[in-house]
Design a protein around this ligand. Structure first.
Ligand SMILES: [Ca+2]
Length: 98
């Protein structure tokens, strides 16, 4: 996993963490998925943002998702993809949320 991917995931997490408290709530997660899907559409990228279900991301069932949990769930979901593809996907995402 390259540093680029970690950096992009951190940016993505910050976008999700609307109130900046370092934890994603379920509603922040759902809202951000929706906002990103809209931004992707505007950018002509189509598709939709598909993160894991909140409960699977919240590994310790604390009711909030930390950066570590967010990164871990992303990596678990996309580890089957080649690194170039992960980098490309995250590039598109960080572009639309910038
Ligand atoms: Ca938050």
């Amino acid at each position: 996993m390259s540093a680029d991917i970690d950096e992009s995931l951190t940016k993505l997490f910050q976008f999700y963490d609307t109130n900046g408290d370092g934890t994603l709530t379920k509603s922040e997660k759902l809202e951000a998925d929706k906002r990103i899907t809209g931004l992707l559409k505007e950018a002509g990228q189509g598709g939709s943002m598909r993160t894991e279900k909140f409960d699977s991301m919240d590994a310790d069932a604390s009711g909030g998702v930390s950066l570590d949990e967010f990164v871990a769930s992303w990596k678990a979901k996309y580890s089957a993809y080649p690194p170039e593809m992960q980098t490309r996907m995250l590039g598109v995402l960080t572009e639309v949320i910038a």
